[in-house]
Unconditional design. Structure first.
Length: 320
């Protein structure tokens, strides 16, 4: 070997050694960031924001009052529904019993008169029959007396039936319909009361007030969120894995994450995107497939989510 070739071989070995020394140890970390699962609290209907009990950055516990939207319309609807319920209850009570005592007394008085008239016409008919035998009364007069007695007897039976009906309740079908009206009125009251309570919202979980989207006195549109809450342990790790490393990821697998100024932590994979994210123009070739990345989400373990802030950059590695 000549001297020049020997020098070139030594230089190549030294360069290879330097390149090997500069190569980072371990797998290349994945880029990611902390993502927040926010809860948006909104009223069921629109109105003026009357009271706002929290501000951005407050820590609230479950059940803490957040805000109150004007519920005058819902209050009026509930009062109208309660009046309708009282009316339905009164109708059901009226149908479930007989007529008033005064009405029954009037029918009884009419029945007494009808019985007296029947007794009178019956007695006259009996007397006239004796006169017919003796020839003092014509047959036409006898027919008239017989018709009068029949009419008076029928009137007595009519009033007796009216009296029995007045003492009884209404027909079963009518009472059942009234009960259905009462049930519908109660449901309407419950619905109106629920709509009224939805105008005043409280925190469903322990959380931090992430943002306040309206100020007191502003008009809130129906369904528009007023407060955004970040639940305790509501921050997750989101990172992106090239398709070459996708086979190493699986739901339930533990990863390690690290951020500037915070201690390392562990998270468990909870979701793997079924499709590529942030891809270049799709040209499926050996050169472009290495640029495909897939989004993965992981839940921090052991209450380690609290130091993370939404949007904070992270580096993630698969745990050994």
């Amino acid at each position: 070997m000549t001297h020049d070739k020997f020098i070139q071989s030594i230089a190549g070995l030294l360069l290879l050694g330097l390149l090997s020394a500069c190569k980072p140890e371990g797998p290349v970390p994945f880029s990611g960031y902390a993502e927040a699962d926010l809860i948006y609290i909104a009223p069921s209907g629109g109105g003026v924001l009357q009271d706002l009990h929290v501000q951005r950055g407050d820590h609230v516990t479950q059940g803490t009052a957040l805000f109150q939207v004007d519920a005058s319309a819902e209050t009026y609807n509930r009062q109208a529904a309660m009046a309708q319920q009282n009316r339905a209850n009164a109708q059901l009570a009226d149908l479930s019993k007989g007529r008033r005592r005064e009405e029954i007394a009037a029918i009884q008085a009419q029945l007494v008169q009808a019985r007296a008239a029947r007794d009178t016409s019956t007695a006259q008919l009996k007397r006239q029959r004796e006169l017919i035998r003796q020839g003092f009364v014509s047959a036409a007069q006898m027919d008239e007396l017989q018709a009068t007695q029949t009419r008076d007897a029928a009137r007595v039976k009519e009033l007796e039936a009216q009296l029995a009906l007045a003492r009884e309740a209404s027909r079963p079908d009518t009472i059942q319909a009234a009960k259905a009206e009462v049930q519908a009125a109660r449901a309407q009251v419950s619905q109106s009361a629920w709509a009224e309570t939805q105008k005043a919202r409280s925190a469903p979980v322990n959380a931090i007030v992430f943002d306040v989207l309206y100020r007191q006195g502003e008009w809130v549109a129906p369904g528009a969120p007023v407060v955004a809450l970040l639940p305790d342990h509501g921050v997750k790790v989101r990172f992106f894995v090239p398709q070459a490393d996708l086979a190493k990821a699986s739901v339930g697998k533990v990863v390690q994450y690290q951020c500037d100024g915070c201690s390392p932590g562990q998270a468990r994979i909870s979701y793997i995107s079924p499709q590529a994210e942030f891809t270049p123009p799709v040209i499926y070739s050996n050169e472009s497939k290495d640029k495909l990345v897939f989004m993965i989400e992981a839940t921090p373990q052991g209450g380690q989510a609290s130091p993370l802030k939404p949007g904070q950059p992270l580096t993630v590695r698969f745990a050994s």
